[in-house]
Design a protein around this ligand. Structure first.
Ligand code: MLT
Length: 260
């Protein structure tokens, strides 16, 4: 189980393949496991690195709110520990928020961006209040009720039952404290449009055709912000196209990654 120690606490990560480093950051409320098809068959010519955010999966918790900046700093510390000066940085949904925060923190470390079912906007006041409610509910009742309410929105009706079951089980395994801390962290995130509009590297925006959380319209808006962005729509998939349609996801990202 590979880990690095950051400020005295363990950050777990998975690593596969060799070639161009690709740091993939997971969404909410998941773990590195949410990239299981990519970890099982990493893209050709890619060194895939997938951390568990603080408190999630096998990474140690850290007290306080898990801001997107804090998660980005963890990811940068992981790159430092692995002596990787520059990586393709990608993420699904909350992982995308962290990728944008990392780009703000240290744009020189980002060779290219892979933004999957995510958005650049911050939460509005109602959204922030919902995040606080989620945090309180999870602290009071555990992750089960959140998993139950999220599952139908995360995955398209086409999703294989075994994928649905694994996503559900993965969410239920996460620590309520880590989930609450990340929910509060997402509420504090800043709008990323300014940093993305200045990003000079290649960028691929990927979205599941049937995503109801960050729909195709949001992906088009996101791609419109980044000067070199391309947009890829994964047919028939929802919010987690890398799990729902891994072959189509691979097709959507393959040419972009091999061109880097
Ligand atoms: C995620 O999948 O990471 C979440 O849907 C992000 C969010 O709640 O904004």
């Amino acid at each position: 189980m590979p880990t690095v120690t950051i400020s005295g606490r363990a950050l777990h990560y998975e690593e596969r393949g060799s070639g161009t480093p690709l740091l993939l950051l997971h969404g909410f409320p998941f773990s590195a496991e949410s990239y299981w098809p990519q970890l099982d068959a990493p893209p050709k010519g890619v060194r895939l690195i997938v951390p568990d955010h603080r408190g999630f999966g096998q990474s140690a918790p850290v007290p306080g709110v898990s801001t997107m900046e804090a998660l980005a700093d963890d990811a940068l510390a992981l790159l430092d520990a692995l002596a990787i000066p520059q990586a393709v940085v990608g993420g699904v949904s909350m992982g995308g928020y962290v990728a944008i925060a990392l780009t703000r923190r240290d744009p020189g470390r980002v060779k290219a961006l892979l933004l999957i079912d995510t958005q650049a906007s911050a939460d509005d006041e109602a959204g922030k209040a919902r995040r606080e409610q989620v945090a309180k509910d999870v602290e009071a009742n555990g992750v089960g009720p959140l998993a139950e309410s999220m599952l139908p929105k995360l995955l398209s009706p086409n999703t294989a039952p075994e994928v649905k079951a694994r996503v559900d089980a993965m969410m239920r395994r996460q620590s309520p404290q880590a989930v609450a801390a990340a929910s509060r962290g997402m509420a504090t995130r800043t709008d990323g449009k300014d940093i993305l509009s200045r990003f000079g590297g290649p960028c691929l925006v990927v979205v599941g055709e049937l995503d109801v959380i960050t729909p195709v319209e949001k992906a088009k808006a996101l791609a419109g912000i980044v000067p070199q962005a391309q947009l890829a729509i994964v047919p028939g998939a929802g919010h987690l196209p890398n799990l729902e349609a891994p072959r189509a996801f691979e097709k959507a990202t393959g040419a972009f990654l091999s061109a880097l």
